[in-house]
Design a protein around this ligand. Structure first.
Ligand code: SAH
Length: 401
C-alpha cells in the first residue's frame, strides 16, 4: 500500500475546485505543506480549517501540484484501488460493444476514467500505455500488473514519450513494458476497415482513435459517393479510407509526413482497393491549399484535421490565426454546396471559440456556411463533467454555399 507522506493545507477560499471534484490542484492554491512528500507520493489535501477534502499524488516539479484521486477519507490508495478503477474502465468499454467491427479503441482515458495521467489503448491483442504523471509513474508496476490481469494482452508497449512528461520532470520512455513486442506493422480493424499501425514508432499511440465516430459521420455515402475528397492532415489515411469505402470518386491525401502517407497508400491496398486515381501529397498543408487556390482547383468535401495548435494559454491567439487561415483557404476550394469537416484538438480552444474562428474565415472567404453537425471525440474518450478539459476534440461538419 502507498503511504500518505504529506498534508497540504489550502489557502483560505481556494477549496472550490477541489469541492467541485476537479482533479487538478494548482500550486497557487496551496498554503502550507506538512511532511516531506516526494514526487509521486500520496498526499492529503485539507481546507484552510484543516478539514479533509481529498487524496492525490504530489509533484513538486509541476504547476499541477496534486492530481486528485479520491474524495473519500476512508478510501485506501492501494493495489485494489488501481485495480478497481481499471476494472470500471474495462466495464464501460465493454458496454460500448465496439468489437468485433472495431479492434482498436481507448480503454483508459486518464482523468475522465478517474486515473489522472494514465492512458491505455487497445490495438488488437496488444496494449499501448502512457504514463504521463509522477503519480502514475510511482505506481507503474502495480498498474501494469492489474492491466495484465484484466485484459491479458499479448504485450504492452509503453509510449511515455509525450511532451507533457517534461513538465512533470519525467524522462521519455518508449519500450515493450511486458510480454511480446508487437509486429512492426500491426493490422487493426476500425468499423471493418483495415489499418496498419506502428505501435512503437507511430504518432501518439499509433492511430487517432478519437476520430472513429467522426470518420463515420463525415464520410457517409450521401456525403462522399462519386465526390472529390481532399483529406488534409491525412496521417495514415483515416478519413480518406472511409471515403473510399463509401464510394468517393477520387481522394487526395495531404500530410507533412512522407512515412504516414506511405502507410496510407499501403492501407488502401490492404483493403483490396485499386485506386490509381488517388493522390498522396507530402508537404505543408497551408502551401498545398494555397497552390490549389491559385490553380482554381475545387473539391466536394474537404477534411481538415490538424495537429494541436495551442499547447499553452499563450499560444491561443496564434492558434486561432492558424485555424482561421486554414479554414479560410479550404472554404475557397469548395464547390458550391460542398462540405467542410473541420477539427481542432486543442483543449485550450473551446467549441465556442472555434466556431467564432470559423465565422471569421467564412466572412473573409465570402462563403455562406451552415453547421450541419457538431462533432466531438468518440465514446471511448469520455468527457468528465467535473473536468471540462477532457473535452478536447471539437469539430463541425459544414455545408458551404
Ligand atoms: N486525420 C488523421 C489524423 C491527423 S493527425 C486521422 O484520421 O488519422 C495530424 C497530422 O498532421 C499528422 O499526421 C501530421 O504529420 C500532420 N501535419 C502536421 N503539421 C502539418 C502540416 N503543416 N502540413 C501537413 N500535415 C501536417
Amino acid at each position: 500500500m502507498q503511504r500518505i507522506t504529506g498534508q497540504l493545507t489550502l489557502k483560505r477560499g481556494r477549496e472550490k475546485s477541489v469541492l467541485n471534484r476537479h482533479p487538478w490542484l494548482f500550486s497557487g492554491a496551496i498554503g502550507r505543506v506538512e511532511g516531506k512528500p516526494q514526487s509521486g507520493d500520496l498526499v492529503q489535501v485539507l481546507d484552510s480549517n484543516g478539514r479533509f477534502l481529498a487524496t492525490g499524488t504530489f509533484n513538486p516539479h509541476s504547476q499541477i501540484r496534486v492530481r486528485l484521486l479520491s474524495w473519500d477519507v476512508d478510501e485506501q490508495i492501494d493495489a485494489a484501488f488501481w485495480n478497481g478503477r481499471l476494472q470500471q474502465a474495462h466495464k464501460h468499454r465493454q458496454q460500448l460493444q465496439l468489437e468485433p467491427a472495431t479492434t482498436a479503441y481507448r480503454l483508459v482515458n486518464a482523468e475522465a476514467d478517474g486515473l489522472p495521467g494514465l492512458i491505455v489503448d487497445k490495438y488488437g491483442e496488444f496494449l499501448v500505455m502512457q504514463s504521463l504523471t509522477a503519480g502514475i509513474e510511482a505506481q507503474k508496476k502495480t498498474i501494469l500488473t492489474a492491466i495484465n490481469q484484466i485484459w491479458q494482452p499479448k504485450g504492452i508497449v509503453e509510449r511515455s514519450d509525450a511532451d507533457v512528461r517534461a513538465k512533470e520532470g519525467l524522462p521519455t520512455i518508449r519500450r515493450v513494458a511486458s510480454g511480446e513486442p508487437p509486429p512492426d506493422t500491426l493490422v487493426i480493424q476500425e468499423n471493418g476497415i483495415l489499418f496498419g499501425v506502428n505501435l512503437l514508432g507511430g504518432h501518439k499511440s499509433g492511430f487517432y482513435l478519437d476520430q472513429r465516430e467522426n470518420r463515420t459521420a463525415v464520410c457517409q455515402p450521401q456525403h462522399v459517393a462519386n465526390k472529390n475528397v481532399l483529406n488534409v492532415f491525412a496521417y495514415t489515411g483515416g478519413f480518406g479510407l472511409y471515403a473510399i469505402a463509401n464510394g468517393a470518386q477520387q481522394v487526395t491525401h495531404v500530410d507533412s509526413s512522407y512515412n504516414a502517407l506511405e502507410l496510407a497508400e499501403q492501407n488502401v491496398e490492404r483493403n483490396g482497393w485499386k485506386r490509381p486515381q488517388d493522390e498522396y501529397l507530402a508537404g505543408d498543408a497551408f502551401d498545398i491549399l494555397r497552390h490549389y487556390r491559385d490553380n482554381n482547383q475545387r473539391f466536394d468535401l474537404i477534411v481538415l484535421d490538424p495537429p494541436k495548435f495551442a499547447h499553452s494559454q499563450r499560444d491561443v491567439p496564434y492558434a486561432c490565426r492558424g485555424y482561421k487561415d486554414l479554414n479560410w483557404l479550404a472554404l475557397q476550394l469548395l464547390t458550391p454546396g460542398g462540405l467542410l469537416a473541420t477539427f481542432s484538438c486543442s483543449g485550450l480552444i473551446s467549441a465556442e471559440l472555434f466556431q467564432k474562428v470559423l465565422f471569421g474565415a467564412a466572412v473573409d472567404a465570402n462563403r455562406q456556411v451552415q453547421i450541419i453537425q457538431t462533432l466531438s471525440q468518440g465514446p471511448d474518450h469520455p468527457v468528465l463533467l467535473t473536468f471540462p478539459e477532457s473535452a478536447y476534440l471539437k469539430g463541425f461538419l459544414c455545408r458551404v454555399s
